[in-house]
Design a protein around this ligand. Structure first.
Ligand SMILES: [Zn+2]
Length: 489
């Protein structure tokens, strides 16, 4: 089977290098049962072809990291966030930032610069305050969670019930919960595991009659700062106010509660949900020399942010490297066979609304239209490599492309991806995609907090991320073959 497969691939390559859909179909028919490098059996012609990109990859990287473009990505990001600040979905700042980016993309002489509409939720934070009133007075810094309702005017004063986990909460009767403010204090395990307390805490507590929930911020580290984020109310459950408090305060409340200390909190929140708002995804292209509107390579990040900090890290960095990858390639006179399309998503934070609207609008012809999806949304610290989602053959090809990034010391390859929320609209259905792996161990220290500022972003690391992005997108877009995919409808 292996020898047959290699021969067939070679034959297809020789017969028609332009006939990528034929290769797609052939590869799709193979058994895709392995994920280690040993299972890769690419034709030598393709391996050799990928190696021929080494000089051009080195040129892209040195131009962006050490050449005329060094420092430009950080400069553009700082201008964006210093001009508009935070960019919450539904806000005037976000829409002004979108207009600004469109103008700058045109100045960069990018092609087909335009927006496509996406309806997003419009939640606004109002005045918020929480205070421990008994047994002593202490302000509790807090941040209401996206979609949270507010309290009645003047706030609520209620007794506290604190638990570490949903499991612990199961054993508590509604009688004990009724009328209380429930404080969830989960230990940090990982973002994926711990975030359920933020997203579901209000519904879980409300079902037993709680009047509000306060949740330990979803972060491994804190210096007294609360972290916001999205949350969802379950259908049919009474909507109660929900906010995150600092790690320090949450843990103190849990310790005191376990000692039997009676506590009362005064909580006031004027947060509210307005009518949904029509925002826009921001799009620009470097049009391919051979394919214009088919087999497109997407590079992306989200332009919206939470309303605290300025969203330089989440996800200004990801948005900027996607935009500037095109700018730098164009300025270097490098135009691949396929179109590279930068998409700066809107409404990501409230639930991937920009990506969803784009998927729906491009559904009919999506298998022909899209070749590959890149997304950077887990930091733009020093890059390590790229993680990948897709079928085995696609992974084998992509692994070879990542090997070209040795001058950045960014050759790590992992599968499946750990990031890429917006492109999950496609990667979850079998489209190939990649996310930027970087030394982001401190990402959640700053995430969704006032600490998400330009101070987190390092100019040299941003250059390296932009270089990796531009070089990988260029090679994927210029290869003689499309990246194979098995799409589930
Ligand atoms: Zn993000």
């Amino acid at each position: 089977m292996e020898a047959y497969r290699k021969l067939l691939l070679l034959l297809v390559l020789l017969l028609g290098r332009a006939s990528t859909s034929v290769l797609d179909n052939r590869i799709d028919q193979f058994e895709l049962d392995n994920s280690s490098e040993n299972s890769c059996n690419l034709p030598d012609t393709l391996l050799q072809e990928i190696k021929t990109y080494q000089p051009i990859v080195n040129k892209i990287i040195s131009g962006i990291v050490d050449g005329q473009f060094a420092g430009k990505t950080w400069e553009s990001l700082s201008q964006l966030v210093d001009t508009f600040g935070a960019r919450l979905a539904g806000s005037e700042q976000l829409e002004k930032a979108i207009d600004y980016v469109l103008d700058r993309m045109k100045e960069d002489q990018l092609e087909n610069v335009h927006t496509e509409n996406a309806t997003v939720p419009h939640w606004v934070r109002g005045y918020e305050s929480a205070q421990l009133v008994t047994p002593f007075k202490k302000n509790l810094p807090l941040l209401g969670l996206g979609t949270s309702v507010g309290t009645p005017r003047g706030g609520i004063i209620a007794d506290v019930l604190a638990v570490e986990s949903f499991k612990e909460f199961e054993s508590i009767t509604p009688d004990q919960v009724k009328g209380k403010i429930v404080v969830f204090v989960p230990q940090w395990e990982s973002y994926g595991k711990t975030v359920v307390y933020r997203s579901k805490g209000a519904s879980v507590a409300s079902k037993k009659g709680a009047v509000a929930t306060l949740i330990r911020s979803v972060t491994p580290f804190s210096i007294g700062s609360p972290h916001t984020g999205g949350q969802n109310y379950e259908e049919g459950v009474k909507k109660i106010p929900s906010a995150c408090i600092t790690v320090e305060d949450a843990e103190m409340i849990l310790r005191k509660y376990r000692r039997g200390d009676q506590m009362t909190i005064h909580l006031e929140m004027e947060d509210r949900n307005l009518e949904p708002f029509v925002s826009r995804n921001t799009i620009a292209e470097l049009v391919g020399t051979k394919y214009t509107n088919s087999s497109v390579v997407i590079v992306s990040g989200h332009l919206d942010s939470w309303d605290v900090g300025v969203g330089a890290m989440d996800d200004g960095g990801g948005a900027l490297i996607s935009w500037k990858a095109l700018t730098f390639l164009k300025a270097m006179g490098l135009r691949p066979k396929r179109t590279i399309r930068a998409i700066l998503w809107t409404g990501e934070e409230e639930g991937l609304w920009g990506g969803r609207a784009y998927k729906d609008a491009h559904k009919t012809n999506e298998k022909e239209e899209f070749n590959f999806f890149f997304e950077s949304d887990i930091g733009t610290f020093e890059p390590r490599g790229l993680d990948f989602s897709g079928n085995n053959d696609a992974g084998c090809i992509f692994r070879e492309i990542v090997k070209l990034m040795s001058s950045l010391n960014a050759t790590d390859f992992e599968t499946p991806t750990d990031g890429g929320p917006d492109i999950s609209h496609w990667t979850s259905r079998g489209f190939p995609g990649a996310s930027l792996m970087n030394k982001n161990e401190k990402y959640f220290w700053f995430h969704h907090s006032a600490g998400d500022s330009m101070a987190v972003e390092d100019p040299k690391n941003l250059d390296k991320c932009a270089a990796l992005w531009a070089a990988a997108a260029y090679v994927v877009a210029d290869l003689s073959v499309s990246i194979p995919k098995d799409v589930i409808d």
